[in-house]
Design a protein around this ligand. Sequence first.
Ligand code: ADP
Ligand code: MG
Length: 253
Amino acid sequence: MKTSSPSTIVTANDVTKVYQRGSEPGRLARVLGRSEPPTVSAVDSASLDISNEEIVGLAGPSGSGKSTLLHILAGLERPTEGSVLFQETDLATLSKRNRTRHRLKHIGIIFQQFHLLDSLSARANVALPLVELGIGKQQRRRQATELLERVGLGDRITHRPGELSGGEQQRVAIARALITDPDLVVADEPTGELDTDTGRTILQAFKEVAENRAVVLASHDHETLEICDRLIQLRDGTVTNRLKQESSSDEDS
Ligand code: ADP
Ligand code: MG
């Protein structure tokens, strides 16, 4: 259980991420021909902070830098410039090993393509972060089973991802992201691959996830963004707008 008063979980200060463009055949000629610059600023001097108990939406068209910013907040990628503070810790001061450990303990990540391991059962997928944290098998199984029950998959724990629907796989991915009881959950296009009804069920799950945690989700889907307490609009890697939203209806929950 996390603290009950709002506090800042993660802060990005003037974060910039510059990528080299790909070097596939034909690229070089085009770059030399100056049809496009050799680098791309995926994120350009973006600042934001996220507190527990709020869901923040990163909105913007494809290519606007949403995924890159999520990965930076999660410590999966390092910014070219600027800093990311996680509670009191500047992520840049951590060694690679400690950054990985920090991520395992404090951050839950839900990838767009789920990234579930096909050879493992739903339960083993959910338990995976606990393996990396050195938690024993009995406890792993117990926690993973509990979480799968909470996301409505109690009767699917030994199924493999290939035997599950898209919505069920998404719920396995959510359970895996929550298994370490993280302070921050980031989700990339969480409803991108799902039909509307499944998407709604998943969004309800997200509202529950947000209690006592900070949640950041990237999406260009209007209905998905509606569940967010506020929106940060990106365009070409730059924050162009910040919007508070009416607190989304809780009557139906
Ligand atoms: P979004 O998630 O909003 O679609 P991304 O963060 O994926 O945006 O990408 C932002 C920009 O950065 C795009 O122009 C994309 O092509 C570029 N980009 C993203 N990742 C890389 C990478 N690893 N190497 C080079 N360019 C990248
Ligand atoms: Mg993306």
